[in-house]
Ligand binder design. Structure first.
Ligand code: NAD
Length: 351
């Protein structure tokens, strides 16, 4: 059975790590909250397992731990934040909070972030809007790690996108995905275990489908979700999170692993819609509830006993994690203990 850790202990430990790495206490709390919330959802690939990557990016100079986000421009319904090459999370929370405040007055608002770094799971930010009874959409570009139809190699990021919608009695609808056919973590896992993978997940050095992950990611590349459709949406995210914010796009965005010491120049984009400004909020929420119930009650496929709405799995895992502790995978514990040792932080909170 997986070892469990209380979210509050994990937050305390992560705050200590990030303060030791040079962040202010406020920024360290924000980063820890994003990573631990993600772990409570069971999205372990983008939770605290990445703690060493962030610490290494700070050590290499890719991320400036003291880089403070600043407002670079705004209008009544939009804003752009310059993250000053600091951690992505504080700048992205600042942008989402601004978009929420502007949507309260303007119904629709957009905020972008440039000169940014990895922001973790997109869903954290989309759900910030839901706490204010608004619809949130969050996206980021990523360093090129995906092929596009007709190409070979790393051409575009598997740019993540999330949306969250407030409901009434039901839990918010909440989709949070990357635009590759599968997350990189699944390919790394198959490679580590020496397993073959479906030929739809990656292409080889020639740009052809392969079921052998041995040479990935050095040669070969992830494939887009649903072929040209995932590619097209990834490109939209380059436009909204990259070009429109003044951040890097495509090859201008640098990987913290392949280009240690270089700034990432990532961009993020946040859209907020305030339903209460358009129609009675309770009517909207009840309508969402009825959509969720209709989906739950759709005829089941043979052998299926349940239909999920996006986000439902995450809310159930979070409820369990808050009650019984987070069942963190061994990989996450290993990264956390190693970060503790590297930075001289007491690891007893993890035991
Ligand atoms: N910051 C970055 O650069 C970056 C890059 C890539 C991915 N990510 C993050 O990685 C995480 C994982 O992405 P992923 O593509 O592996 O996600 P995934 O394929 O595991 O899909 C998760 C989403 O699908 C929904 N879902 C799963 N099964 C469902 C079902 N049967 N019915 C309805 N909905 C269902 C979940 O509720 C969730 O919203 C995300 O949090 C994403 O933001 C971040």
């Amino acid at each position: 059975m997986a070892k469990r850790i209380l979210p509050e202990n994990l937050i305390k430990f992560c705050v200590e790590i990030f303060v030791k790495a040079g962040l202010s206490t406020d920024d360290a709390c924000t980063v820890a909250d994003v990573l631990v919330m993600t772990d409570t959802w069971g999205t372990f690939s983008h939770g605290t397992v990445a703690i060493l990557n962030y610490v290494q990016a700070i050590k290499s100079g890719s991320i400036d731990p003291a880089g403070k986000p600043r407002l670079a421009g705004e209008g009544p319904s939009w804003a752009v934040i310059d993250a000053n090459a600091g951690m992505g999370m504080p700048a992205c929370c600042m942008a989402m909070n601004l978009a929420i405040e502007k949507a309260r007055k303007q119904t629709f608002a957009w905020a972008g972030v440039r000169n940014s770094s990895h922001f973790g799971a997109a869903g954290y930010y989309a759900n910030m809007a839901v706490k204010h009874d608004m619809i949130g959409i969050a996206m980021s570009n990523a360093d090129p790690n995906m092929v596009v139809p007709g190409a070979r190699g790393h051409v575009i990021g598997n740019n993540p996108i999330a949306y969250a919608v407030p409901a009434g009695k039901e839990q918010p609808i909440f989709l949070d995905i990357a635009l590759s056919a599968v997350a990189a973590g699944k390919i790394f896992a198959a490679k580590a275990l020496g397993h073959e993978i479906p030929a739809t997940w990656i292409t080889d050095a020639d740009g052809l489908p392969t079921s052998d992950p041995t040479n990935w990611p050095a040669t070969g590349s992830m494939t887009p979700m649903a072929g040209h459709k995932g590619y097209g949406i990834a490109l939209l995210i380059e436009v909204l999170a990259g070009a429109l914010t003044g951040a890097g796009i495509l090859s201008e965005v640098k990987s913290w692993k392949l280009h240690p010491g270089e700034k990432a120049y990532l961009g993020q984009s946040f859209l907020v819609i305030n339903p209460a400004a358009i129609l009675p909020l309770d009517d909207f929420k009840q309508h969402i509830d009825s959509a969720i119930q209709e989906l739950h009650n759709a005829p089941k496929a043979k052998g299926s006993d349940r239909i999920y709405v996006p986000g439902e799995l995450e809310w159930e895992r979070r409820e369990d994690a808050l009650r019984n502790g987070i069942p963190l995978p061994e990989l996450s514990f290993t990264a956390l203990y190693q970060a503790g040792e590297e930075l001289g932080v007491d690891t007893r909170l993890l035991d």
